[in-house]
Design a protein around this ligand. Structure first.
Ligand code: GDP
Length: 422
């Protein structure tokens, strides 16, 4: 426990809201499991010995054991999930890599992601890959090999490849964030399947746009479908490649600000008026102008001990880098809070109802036991009374017998002495 406390106080990341809630609900369910097991053993014994509990009741208690075990398993696996969408080459893989601070997903020409790729943390420092429908762990030595593995495979576009990366290499993976990269929304006709298979349990969606062009119909359509299927999806919009706009030879600062405000307005309108998933204030906190490639380069430099600006691509690096960090902070707050609600709220009320139901069943059994005990006591009292009655009768009889014998002995004695005298 002290170790956990130390870890918590040192870590100010908003993701800790989820990490702590997960630990807490898992601990509570551990206790519920113990309680359910103990109670079931007790109930089974009651059934065998005194038949106070009937078969149906005993089976109901046993069903709680399985229910609680199943919930515990789900809870242990629960994580926060973020899914990235947008057209091919907008920089989805680069954004994920920048957030992971390492080039994990292959990106760039020739490395178009043609299926869903999920990056999640692995324990024990292992890096490996798993294809859908198989338990085989395919070893991943480096990024080149991973890229080849993904390209060579003839994978269906809505299938999933899971990439396991050592947790300790990235704080987001350590804190149970799972990243999902998708094929471009422009290349698929199966958006419905995508959403059903990969999106329904996502806590946050990130739309990666190319800041050099406007949002396309395909990109908009995809999110329209998502918001029809999910009640209020959390959507962030990244206008990526913002470095390229700054690099335009004749681009003045005022011009850049104008482009930025036009894009911002369109994105906010999309979230508020079209999708109706956010209010105005929330939407302004969900739109960012970034350069994923530059951020990744900066972080790779930082890891080498160099200043981040060594990764700069164009003028205005500091602003873009700051905006990427701002996005990450808001993203972490949002995903953590949303995941606690969607993943734990239901289970916490299930836990409450299981313990409440068991309690009232036990109260009921207790009442029956009390009635049963009183009944036994009455029977015992009656028996005692009867025994006492019998005892008194016996004493009476014995006394009478004694008297009779005494009289008989006296009579005999008298007769004998009389006979002897005679
Ligand atoms: P995806 O298909 O959406 O996953 O896009 P990728 O991440 O594979 O990026 C496609 C290409 O765009 C790669 O060559 C990246 O290096 C490049 N790229 C991605 N983000 C940026 C950026 O912010 N600025 C610039 N200049 N290039 C980028």
């Amino acid at each position: 426990l002290p170790e956990t406390r130390l870890y918590q106080s040192n870590d100010k990341s908003p993701l800790q809201i989820f990490v702590r809630a997960k630990k807490k609900i898992n601990d509570i369910y551990g206790e519920i499991e113990e309680y359910v097991l103990e109670t079931t053993t007790f109930i089974n014994a009651l059934h065998a010995e005194a038949e106070i509990v009937d078969k149906a009741e005993r089976e109901l208690f046993e069903s709680y054991v399985y229910k609680v075990a199943a919930i515990r398993e789900v809870l242990q696996r629960d994580h926060m999930k973020v899914a990235f969408f947008g057209r091919t080459s907008n920089g989805k893989s680069s954004v994920i890599n920048a957030m992971l601070r390492e080039k994990i997903l292959p990106s760039g020409i020739g490395h178009t992601t043609n299926c869903f790729c999920q990056v999640e943390g692995s324990n024990g420092g292992e890096a490996y890959l798993m294809k859908e429908g198989s338990d085989e762990k395919l070893n991943v030595v480096n990024i080149k090999q991973l890229a080849n593995a993904l390209c060579q495979e003839k994978l269906c576009e809505s299938s999933l490849v899971r990439i396991f990366w050592p947790r300790e290499r990235c704080s987001l993976l350590r804190d149970d964030v799972v990243f999902v990269d998708s094929p471009g929304v422009d290349v698929s006709a199966n958006l419905d399947d995508w959403i059903d298979n990969h999106c329904l349990n996502a806590d946050v969606f990130v739309l990666v746009l190319n800041a050099e062009s406007t949002m396309t119909r395909a990109e908009k359509q995809f999110f329209h479908t998502v918001s029809q299927k999910l009640s209020k999806p959390n959507i962030f919009i990244l206008n990526n490649r913002w470095d390229a706009s700054a690099n335009e030879p004749e681009c003045q600062e005022s011009e850049l600000a104008k482009v930025k405000s036009q894009h911002t307005e369109r994105c906010i309108d999309f979230l508020t008026k079209e999708l109706k998933v956010s209010n105005e204030k929330e939407a302004t906190e969900r739109v960012f102008f970034v350069s994923a490639r530059e951020t990744l380069q900066a972080r790779i430099e930082e890891a080498k001990g160099n200043p981040p600006h060594m990764g700069a691509i164009a003028e205005g690096f500091q602003m873009r880098y700051f905006e990427f960090q701002d996005f990450e902070r808001k993203f972490e707050e949002c995903i953590s809070q949303s995941a606690v609600k969607t993943k734990f709220q239901q289970h916490s009320s299930r836990g409450k109802s299981v313990s409440g139901d068991m309690r009232s069943m036990l109260d009921n059994i207790y009442e029956r036991i009390t009635i049963f005990r009183n009944l036994k006591q009455d029977q015992k009292n009656m028996l005692t009374e009867r025994i006492q009655g019998t005892e008194t009768q016996m004493m009476q009889v014995t006394r009478e017998m004694k008297m009779k014998i005494h009289n008989m002995v006296e009579e005999v004695e008298e007769k004998v002495s009389k006979a002897l005298n005679e």
